[in-house]
Every structure is written in structure tokens, then in C-alpha cells.
Write a protein that binds this ligand. Sequence first.
Ligand code: ZN
Length: 276
Amino acid sequence: MALNAKSRFVIEILLVLLLAGLTGIFTLRSLTAGLRPLGNASPPISPIEPVPKPTSEPSPEPTPEPTPTPEPTPALRKRTELLTLVNPWHKMQEGYEPELRQVTWGYGDDDQFMDARAADAMIQMIADCVEAGNDPFVCSAYRDMTMQEYLFNNKIARLVYEEGVDPKDAPDIAATTVALPGTSEHQLGLAADIIDYNYPYLNEHQEEMPTQQWLMEHCWDYGFILRYPVEKSDITGIIYEPWHYRYVGVEAAQEIRDLGLTLEEYLEQYYEPIND
Ligand SMILES: [Zn+2]
């Protein structure tokens, strides 16, 4: 069917419009190509400075655990004769005889002697104790072997005959109060038993007497130590004796007081071992 000119013109216009429409669609698609659908859009990357990557905290050099420095062991001191240890486990040197000096006058006929190196200190201590209003009585200082044996055997006899102790057990029991001959500090001449004249008994109540309280407080300044302190019997081997004073010299005595040690502990911690 032949189209007339008017119809051809209308068709041409329509074709042009169609072409233009298609071109427009095509262009639009090109422009939007590559854009993601809005629904999944990531937040737009803001053009501001990029957040600097956090510099990782410089990990501190691990401080090496300090290797525990061993306490420098102070050089052990050499034992002196004034620090001679005599106890149930350490006998005194056989035949040892100290140079003696008298330390008491005027208390009956039972004068007492001590190692000459301890005598002045003892005399001064007793004089000052009296001066302070007390009544000290040195009842036993130096003893020779014969005297120590006599005292020891006498103690055994009293235990057996007066207290009914089995003779087999008596020597061991006796040794806790009267040192076995050869293991008594009295034989060294460096020890003395001092009591309050108003309470002439060797028992724990001595500690309540003014004389004893003065001595226990001041003996250290004269070079004496309270040798058998309370609750130290397992170390000293001897019962608590608040009357037995041992001369060791002022420096050692004050050190022992400050450290709160027995002579055994003090020697073991600060002095070379005994070679015997
Ligand atoms: Zn004694």
C-alpha cells in the first residue's frame, strides 16, 4: 500500500523520535554504568585526610627480670678465744686452764674467780648493779673439772634418791641443768651465776628479782650475755637460766643482744665453723 507523503513524514518523525529516545537511554546507561546500586552503597569515602594508620605503640623493650643477685655473703669472721663455744655438743679443749682473777670479796669464804679477761668487766658490773640499789651475789664462777664432776654427780644422786628418777635416765636429765663435765662454760672461766641475794634459788623466779632485771638489761654493756635465754633450750641444750652470764666482750655481747640470737646461732651465722 503506498503511503502518501504526509504519512511518510509522520513515520520519519516517529523514527527520529525513537532514535533520539534510544540514544538517550543508551547514554544514560553509560553514565550510570559502574555505579553501585544505592542499597549496597558503602558510605562515601570522605575526601578528608586519610586516618593515619595508628602507629603501633612501640612495644617497650621487655625489661629483663633482674637476676636475683645473691646476697653477698659477708666474709665469715675468725673465732676468738673469748667466743669459745662450749655446750653439750662441743666439749672444751682438754686440760684447758684459764688465767684466773678473783672477782668477789666479802661474801663468806666462797670467793669466786674468772678468766682474767672477764674479771674487770664482772667487778665493774657488780659494782654498778649494787650502786643501782640491788643485791647481786656471784654464787658460782670458775669451776675446775673436779668441781664440775662433783656437781654433776651430785645432781644425778639427787635425781635418783630424792626424785625417784631411773638411774639410767638420770645423767641425761642432770645434763640439762648441770653441764656434763667438759661441757660447762664455768670451766672456761668466762661464765658466772649471779643471783639476787634476797632470793637464793636457781629457778625461773630469779628473773622477777630486781637484781636479775637490772643484770638482764645491762649485762650486754659490760660484755656479758644472758647465755641460756627462755625458749632456746633446744639450741643451747640447757634450760632457761636467768642467772647464768657469759663473757664474750662488749662488741659481741651488744651484737648478740641486737640480733636476738643465742651464742650458738650467732657463731654459726657470722663465724667460721669450728674445726673439730
Ligand atoms: Zn651457770
